[in-house]
Structures are given as structure tokens and as C-alpha cells.
Write a protein that binds this ligand. Structure first.
Ligand code: URP
Ligand code: ZN
Ligand code: ZN
Length: 464
């Protein structure tokens, strides 16, 4: 059914204006100061966006849905995670494909792709994690990029013995990424340093969640960013530091940029809002707030927001990685090293960033759209189909009510997780209508769309 969004204030990464938007089929076909509904087909649905913003659909460039990790499996599936995303205004997800060290990359790609195709309600792509780099893996990775349109890799410098890549493979992989024009996203923390610190702290009887941060302090992350940047400098590869949490890590990225390294920086919701005291709560409550890199000292929060405002940080993702408090996080009651890492927010990201960024005066509306949508589309080869409001773009739109007040809760979450890290927080602003390729998929906090409608977004490499 055609869609007319009338009287909205359109906000993109660069513009702010009032106009009407007409969508036919899956595409935006007209943007004009005013479009008279009587001139349109009689079955056109008219949405009155008076007093509301119209944003391009938000893109989350860092989610985990199907995730075998730390002896458990993340609790969402593509149905629950994509419904949660949509209700929160996110219309495109980029998920990590995370095979084990003995798995073949192509098998993993097929496994993740089949699961998403079955039940994703949002459009999606993947970052292909590289956890082995033998000849078989190399040829399959080439095919995943060239034949299947997966134009980004993911590597881990952390998680020793499980996911991390050694330096020989790191050099070879980045060499291949440069040749293929693929951007390499990376979890930057030194695996050996963490391993040594964990062993030391546990031996000292320091076993609670509050010891997670001291086991991987800021210098460990800064070393990871510097380490990755050194290899990018040697190979010319383009790199993207995911979930950057602290001033020394941002500084290491900026230093690399000044040396000519093509590095982009991502922040994620938890680090922009929560500090280390959440993970220090008693009675094991802190386990709900264990993720890696860990929540940091509060002073880092201003650094991250300033980084977004200045452009030093390009994107905001979630690092959605949901593990239940009961039955999963509690695997680590005897040792923090066994707590599955993750603080989910795929449903809450847009509203939290709007509140703690825009309403708090830390970033303007254009930067909000850029960081939560457009920049990810540009970096990961989705622009201008996604991340923009233009004639010819996919009709992925968010009509956003800045006055709506609501309270975050596990009870209103579409994620399957048994807690909400932001339980009881009162926010202003909510996605009122959310469309994916011209179809309304969420309305006023409810999923009203079609499960399985999401499509794989094939992407061309652009990072030569
Ligand atoms: O704590 C986190 N970040 N969990 C998910 C896996 C990862 O490192 O991104
Ligand atoms: Zn990570
Ligand atoms: Zn992650």
C-alpha cells in the first residue's frame, strides 16, 4: 500500500526541513513541500507527522544474535532481536558471524544466513569473523566477500584460545582485506594481557564481577587499538575499532589517524551511558553489567560524547549480546571470567542516545542521525540505499514522537532476555511509526510487521 508521511520535520545527517514524503512499493518516490493526498491512489495510507521528526531508518552496525560464546548461546533469535530493533526504530542490523576456531567460514556463513532469512523482520548484513586463516579459510572468505556481498571482516584481538587471531594471521588477513577492499572491524584488547591479569586476580581470590574491569584496564584496550593500527599502517588496510570505551583507546585511534592510518571508531550504548559502578553492585547484580571492554570510570563518558560531536567517533552501535541473568550470567558466580559478556540494548539504543545525547545537549540532531544511521551506511557499503532520505532510497523511515514519555522495562522488551540493564529509566521520545522498504513494521512500541520479511543486503567493497 502506498504511504504518505505528511507535515513531518525531516532530519538527516546534513539537513533539517519540513516536507511530505511519498513512498510507492519499497521506495521513496517523492519528497515535496506539500503533497495533496487527493491526488494519490485511494488506498494510500496517510500518516500525520505534525510535531514529529522523520528520520532515516536507524542502522545498528554491531549486534550479536546467533552467538555461541563463553560456554553458552545468546538468548535472542532473529525474530525476537529484529522485533526489538524495529520497535526501537532500527531497520537494519549488521550482525557478526562468529564461527568457532575449527569451523569452516562458508559453513558459518550459511548457518547465520539461513537463520536470518527464516525470521528476520529487518534487513540485515553480516561482518564475517575471521578466527582462522589457513588456505581453506582464505579461499572461502574470498567467496563470502565476492559471491555473497559480505564486505566487512571482524577480528578479535581478545578472547585468548577461543576467537583471537595471532599476529602472523593478522598481517596476512589485513593484506587480503586491502586487496579485496574490505574494511576490517576489530575488538581491540590484548588477549595475553587479559589472560595474565585474570589468572592473577582469581588466584588472589578476587572473583566477583567488580574485578572484570581491573582484569582488562584501559591500557589493555589502548594497546589493542595501537596494535591493530600498526598492522593497518603496514598493510594499508582500512580498520574500524568496535565498542571503544575509553580516552586512551580513542587517543590511540586519533594518533593512528594522524599517521595516515584509515581507522574509524565506534562507540556503543553502554559505554556512553553507564559507568563501572554498575558492575560493582552487590549480590552478583553487577554481572548484568559485565561486557568487554568493560564499563569504565565516568570521566570517559564525556570523552566518548565529545568524540561523537567532533567526528573522532563515527558510529554508535549496541553490541547487543543478551545472556539471561538466571542460568547464564550466573555461570560466573564463582569466577567473573565465566560470566558471559554482554549488555544488550537493540531496542533501547535510539531512545537512549536521543535522551543522553540530543536532549542532554551533547550532540545535535544531525550528528544523532549520522552516528546512529548514515555513517554506518556509508562505511559498510549500504549508502544511499540505507541511511538517507532521498528519492530512490529504500523507504526505511522512522516517524519519531519527541514528546512521548515512557519507561524502559524488561516487560515491554521484545528481546528474550530476563532483565533490562536500564530497568525503570524514564525517557522522552519514541519511534511512533517505523517502516522497512515501505511497509509499516512497528507502531507506538508494538511490532505490527511481518517476521521473515527482512532481506540480506549484499554490499560492494569500497575500502581500497
Ligand atoms: O561483551 C561483549 N562485548 N560481548 C559480545 C562479544 C564482543 O566482544 O563483542
Ligand atoms: Zn567485542
Ligand atoms: Zn560485539
Amino acid at each position: 500500500m502506498p504511504l504518505l508521511i505528511k507535515n513531518g520535520r525531516i532530519i538527516t545527517a546534513s539537513d533539517d526541513y519540513h516536507a511530505d514524503i511519498y513512498c510507492e512499493g519499497e521506495t521513496i518516490t517523492r519528497i515535496e513541500p506539500t503533497i495533496d493526498p487527493v491526488t494519490l491512489p485511494s488506498d494510500t495510507e496517510v500518516i500525520d507527522a505534525s510535531g514529529k521528526y522523520v528520520f532515516p531508518g536507524f542502522i545498528d552496525p554491531h549486534v550479536h544474535i546467533h552467538l555461541p560464546f563463553m560456554g553458552s548461546n545468546a538468548i535472542d533469535d532473529h525474530e525476537s532481536a529484529s522485533m526489538a530493533a524495529l520497535v526501537g526504530g532500527t531497520t537494519t542490523l549488521i550482525e557478526m558471524i562468529c564461527p568457532g576456531p575449527n569451523d569452516e567460514p562458508m559453513d558459518a556463513f550459511n548457518e547465520w544466513n539461513d537463520l536470518a532469512a527464516l525470521s528476520s523482520a529487518v534487513d540485515y548484513s553480516f561482518h564475517m569473523a575471521v578466527v582462522r586463516f589457513d588456505e581453506l579459510a582464505k579461499s572461502q572468505l574470498r567467496s563470502i566477500v565476492v559471491d555473497h556481498g559480505i564486505a566487512s571482516f571482524k577480528i578479535f584481538l581478545a578472547y585468548k584460545g577461543a576467537l583471537n587471531l595471532d599476529d602472523t594471521d593478522l598481517f596476512s588477513l589485513l593484506t587480503m582485506a586491502k586487496e579485496l577492499g574490505v574494511i576490517t572491524t576489530a575488538h581491540c584488547e590484548n588477549a595475553d594481557a587479559i589472560d595474565a591479569m585474570q589468572t592473577k586476580l582469581i588466584a588472589e581470590g578476587k572473583t566477583g564481577p567488580e574485578w572484570h574491569e581491573p582484569s582488562r584496564p584501559e591500557c589493555v584496550e589502548a594497546e589493542g587499538v595501537h596494535h591493530l593500527s600498526t598492522f593497518a599502517e603496514l598493510t594499508g588496510a582500512h580498520i574500524y575499532a568496535v565498542h571503544t570505551s575509553c580516552a586512551p583507546a580513542v587517543r590511540a585511534a586519533l594518533d593512528a589517524q594522524l599517521r595516515g592510518v584509515n581507522i574509524w571508531v565506534e562507540a556503543v550504548t553502554p559505554h556512553l551511558i553507564l559507568d563501572e559502578t554498575y558492575a560493582q553492585q552487590e549480590n552478583f547484580e553487577g554481572a548484568k553489567y559485565v561486557m568487554s571492554p568493560p564499563l569504565r570510570k565516568r570521566s570517559n563518558i564525556d570523552v566518548l560524547w565529545n568524540g561523537l560531536r567532533s567526528g573522532a567517533i563515527s558510529t554508535v552501535g549496541t553490541d547487543h549480546a543478551p545472556f539471561n541473568f538466571v542460568g547464564q550470567k550466573d555461570m560466573g558466580t564463582e569466577a567473573f571470567t565465566k560470566i558471559p559478556n554482554g549488555i544488550p540494548s537493540v531496542q533501547e539504543r535510539v531512545d537512549l542516545i536521543y535522551n543522553f545525547g540530543v536532549l542532554a545537549g551533547r550532540i545535535d540532531l544531525n550528528t544523532f542521525v549520522s552516528a546512529c544511521s548514515t555513517k554506518a551506511a556509508q562505511l559498510f557499503g549500504l549508502y544511499p540505499r540505507k541511511g538517507s532520505i532521498n528519492v530512490g532510497a529504500d523507504a526505511d523511515l522512522v516517524v519519531y514522537d519527541p514528546d512521548h514519555k515512557h519507561t524502559l522495562s524488561v516487560d515491554t522488551s521484545y528481546s528474550k532476555i530476563d532483565y533490562n540493564a536500564y530497568e525503570g529509566w524514564e525517557l522522552r521520545g519514541r519511534s511512533s511509526v517505523v517502516t522497512v522498504r515501505g511497509q509499516i513494521q512497528a507502531r507506538e512500541g508494538e511490532f505490527v510487521g511481518t517476521v521473515g520479511r527482512g532481506q540480506l543486503l549484499k554490499r560492494q567493497p569500497t575500502h581500497y
